[in-house]
Design a protein around this ligand. Structure first.
Ligand SMILES: [Fe+2]
Ligand SMILES: [Fe+2]
Length: 151
């Protein structure tokens, strides 16, 4: 694991509710916890690359914390009719609500969580560089996880 995850978000990673995401499956055999950690690491890699080519960085701490919490919806989305509607459209708002309940969420972190499903959610356009990075990292990781399920 990228050491910056622990540096910026040890409180999240060691939290019992956060760890409960181990039991929810995201894609294939990948848990929501595993997926979220992977998205945070991929976001850092994209941010490092961006820094290298443009010489401008972003807020690493908020990038990591927002990425770790982007899917903090805390339910099994494969369960039908459990009251969470169309998961793709609704889970970002659910994640933000839970994140706000358990942590002090900055404006950038809220933007990351709320807008990460763009362009599925066409009206929720990422409003900062950090949110664009996580949106991209999430799509990349989801695709890799889906490909890994196939023969
Ligand atoms: Fe998501
Ligand atoms: Fe995700």
């Amino acid at each position: 694991m990228d050491t910056r995850l622990k540096k910026y978000a040890e409180d999240i990673l060691t939290n019992e509710t956060y760890q409960s995401m181990k039991k929810y499956i995201q894609h294939g055999r990948v848990s929501v916890l595993e997926h979220s950690v992977r998205v945070a690491e991929t976001s850092l890699a994209i941010s490092d690359y961006l820094k290298k080519i443009t010489k401008t960085g972003c807020s690493e701490k908020e990038l990591v914390r927002g990425a770790l919490l982007h899917d903090y919806f805390l339910y099994d989305w494969h369960e039908k009719n459990a009251g969470h509607g169309l998961h793709g459209f609704t889970h970002a708002a659910a994640a933000l609500k839970n994140a706000r309940k358990d942590y002090d969420i900055s404006e950038i972190e809220a933007d990351i969580i709320e807008k990460h499903m763009f362009p599925l959610n066409l009206t929720k356009v990422p409003g900062c560089r950090e949110a664009w990075i996580v949106t991209m990292a999430d799509k990349y990781c989801s695709l890799i996880e889906t490909i890994a399920m196939r023969k």
